[in-house]
Design a protein around this ligand. Structure first.
Ligand SMILES: Nc1ncnc2c1ncn2[C@@H]1O[C@H](COP(=O)(O)OP(=O)(O)OP(=O)(O)O)[C@@H](O)[C@H]1O
Ligand SMILES: O=C(O)C1=C[C@@H](O)[C@@H](O)[C@H](O)C1
Ligand SMILES: [Mg+2]
Length: 305
């Protein structure tokens, strides 16, 4: 199933936000996964020449609606910081895997979470590109095949799963292979559940060229994205629901009294994700041997689907 020998030289850049420091990822493939100290602090896994994790800067900017700004207010930034400190205690170095459809905000929200937690951020699509030595997922699909991409995606997730203190934005389709769940269940998985209409709006705004499963030479970008996303959602059934935690944007919007999920900032979503992670971990660490058994039986169930 998995690609053989897709080695990764893990040189994570400490995740930043709002700058080129964002581009967490690997250097060109150079052999096996190397981490100086997998259990050590996030600064132990950073790119050659990159700077250590920058302290959280509170930015009090009004949202433009385009989400160039990560936080709406100082209050929101403080809430995020406070929640991350509580969650860190319970996480005990466990990795966080964000799953969800294309455009659900895994990369955007993941970077915010990694910054506040002092974790390193990885985007599994980028890691596959680097491991294969191609500039884009679209090109990998074109030159090789989706199956080839999926094999490499599994290899990347396997390599990441041996590490600690990472936030991983997984590829939108990573949930379809049961073996990937075995890897992701070594950490905590979070499903960003975003209505298809909002996904299609986001994707239409930036275009579909980088997303081969949605790319369409002509037609209305929103309508095309919506119809393809609907099809994928149907094919994937409840694969996303295998995640430990579900973060529903509709639920957050409802709690905040908004009629539209587009009012939510990535920070709102990061806060809710941390909150849900905390509840999940508290609930499942009461009896850790029972929860290990639960996780194993869940993996067995996924594998037989
Ligand atoms: N809360 C939000 N509100 C509005 N737009 C958002 C929000 N979060 C992310 N976006 C925008 O939606 C687009 C997709 O976000 P992002 O790349 O983070 O998603 P993704 O889940 O990583 O997608 P992919 O699976 O394709 O990598 C980006 O243009 C991003 O700026
Ligand atoms: O949903 C999917 O199947 C995909 C999502 C992207 O993140 C990429 O992993 C790729 O374009 C496939
Ligand atoms: Mg992404």
């Amino acid at each position: 199933m998995e690609a053989g020998g897709v080695g990764l030289a893990l040189q994570a850049r400490a995740a930043g936000f709002g700058s080129s420091r964002h581009r967490g990822g690997l250097q060109a493939p150079t052999g096996s996964l190397r981490v100086a100290d997998p259990a050590g602090p996030a600064v132990a896994v950073r790119a050659r020449g990159s700077k250590p994790v920058a302290p959280l800067r509170l930015r009090a900017k009004k949202s433009s609606g385009g989400h160039e700004n990560s936080h709406n207010s100082v209050d929101e930034a403080l809430l995020l910081k406070r929640k991350s400190e509580e969650v860190l205690f319970y996480l005990n170095g466990r990795c966080i895997y964000l799953v969800g459809m294309m455009g659900s905000g895994k990369s955007t929200v993941g970077k915010i979470m990694s910054e506040v937690l002092g974790y390193s951020f990885f985007d599994s699509d980028k890691l596959v590109e680097q491991a294969v030595g191609m500039p884009s997922v679209a090109q990998i699909f074109k030159v090789h095949s989706e199956a080839f991409f999926r094999d490499n995606e599994s290899s990347v997730l396997r390599d990441l799963s041996s590490m600690r203190r990472l936030v991983v934005a997984t590829g939108g389709g990573a949930v379809i292979r049961p073996i990937n769940w075995r890897y992701m269940k070594r950490g905590l998985s979070v499903w960003l559940d975003v209505p298809l209409d909002a996904l299609a709006r986001r994707i239409a705004k930036v275009g579909t060229a980088s997303r081969p499963l949605l790319d369409q030479p002509s037609g209305d970008p929103y309508a095309m994205a919506f119809s393809k996303l609907s099809m994928l959602a149907q094919q994937r059934g409840d694969a996303y629901a295998n995640a430990d935690v579900r973060v529903s944007l509709e639920e957050i919007a409802c709690k905040q009294g908004h009629d539209d999920v587009s009012k939510l900032t990535p920070t709102d979503i990061a806060i809710e994700s941390l909150h849900k992670i905390e509840s999940f971990v508290i609930e499942h660490t009461a009896d850790s041997s029972a929860s290990d058994a639960q996780a194993e039986s869940q993996i067995q169930r996924i594998q037989t689907l």
